[in-house]
Design a protein around this ligand. Structure first.
Ligand code: TXA
Ligand code: MG
Length: 329
């Protein structure tokens, strides 16, 4: 396989132009968005999109999101835009909201993993918008991590996962939001949230009325999910705790283990690494980078105090449940 000399680039005009050329050549470029870093390629070029799947080690049955810069471009890629979708687009684009609609033939099957629908969003990040509009192409872009790992929220995270696999990473510092966009599907009768995010169910229902939320049948109350559902995962075992006094018991049961915690409450016990968060915004922004820092320090157990299951907390909890092996509620 070709080894690339991966460069982290400041988002100057020259460097953005360099990345535009790279995209037009049919190669892939990592770029910042307000949610997480994306790994972009020309969404209409089958060969280019294939490179994304290879670089990430992503299963080919997992479809990609098209990133566009201009609302009018949406109509090039979908069969129709229902009124309710249009209301949300007008309210929340550019921003962390991905809409799924019936696709038209111009979008290749590889991009949508053979589905007859396509996911689309306009990101808010200025660097992303410049890259997309100067390329004058829709960019297919999943999160720029190795498949299964926590999503990247800095250029360095992307570098750690994808060095030698891509030429350029545009550096936009730390992502503002820190978890991926809300994904809402408009291809069935009642719109349904497939992935919760910063734009919450309540915010959406205020605009368009009742919607559904996808429920993972496999998530049980006490201990879940099993290993095969792990995702967004650090090397360490993630334990979610409702009651922070449980930390003592975990430490007792694992006396020689390197343990880290990220909690809202103060933990008055000596651990290998401790961080406090003030609110859900701060937790969302830092959770994936905390996981990655723990890996660097060879932490074996990460304890996370469970946020309340409302608003942004609901979206964070969705990611945490997928990365955790034990949940003590
Ligand atoms: O915030 C984000 O959405 C980031 C940034 C880079 O934009 N992107 C991102 O992409 O998180 P990715 O590929 O890591 O996650 C996209 C999610 C996946 O769960 C995928 O299965 C789903 O969206 N998806 C994409 N197209 C779909 C479709 N046509 N039908 C159902 N789900 C779809
Ligand atoms: Mg992802």
């Amino acid at each position: 396989m070709t080894k690339y000399k991966t460069e982290i680039l400041k988002p100057t005009k020259n460097n953005i132009d360099k990345c535009v050329k790279e995209i037009k050549k049919g190669n892939i470029v990592a770029f910042p968005t307000e949610t997480v870093y994306g790994l972009g390629a020309n969404a209409l070029n089958t060969k280019a999109v294939k490179k994304i799947f290879i670089a990430k080690g992503r299963p080919q049955d997992n479809p990609l999101i098209l990133h566009i810069a201009n609302k009018n471009d949406l109509y090039k890629y979908v069969l129709n835009v229902p009124k309710k979708a249009e209301i949300l687009i007008n309210k929340y684009w550019p921003g962390p909201l991905t809409i799924i609609l019936k696709k038209n033939k111009i979008v290749p099957n590889i991009t949508t993993a053979n589905l007859n629908s396509v996911a689309i969003r306009i990101p808010e990040n200025k660097i992303a918008l410049k890259l997309i509009s100067k390329s004058n192409l829709p960019l297919a872009a999943p999160s720029a991590n190795t498949s299964g790992k926590p999503s990247p929220t800095t250029a360095k995270h992307v570098y750690d996962d994808l060095k030698e696999k891509i030429n350029y990473i545009l550096d936009g510092h730390k992502c503002q939001i820190g978890i991926e966009s809300t994904v809402i599907d408009f291809t069935s009768k009642t719109p349904i949230i497939l992935r919760p995010g910063k734009i919450t169910k309540e915010m959406i229902e205020k605009q368009i009325g009742k919607i559904n939320v996808w429920k993972n049948k496999n998530s049980k109350k006490v201990k879940s999910p099993g290993m095969k559902y792990r995702h967004y995962s650090p090397k360490a075992q993630v334990i979610l705790l409702k009651n922070i006094s449980e930390v003592k018991n975990i430490l007792k049961q694992n006396p020689k283990t390197k343990i880290a915690s990220i909690t809202k409450s103060k933990v008055n016990i000596k651990l290998s690494k401790k961080t406090n968060y003030k609110n859900d915004e701060e937790l969302a922004k830092n959770i994936f980078s905390f996981f990655r820092d723990c890996d660097k320090k060879n932490i074996e157990i990460i304890i996370v105090e469970i946020p309340k299951d409302v608003g942004l907390g609901n979206a964070i909890l969705n990611r945490l449940r997928k990365s955790a092996s034990i949940i003590i509620e």
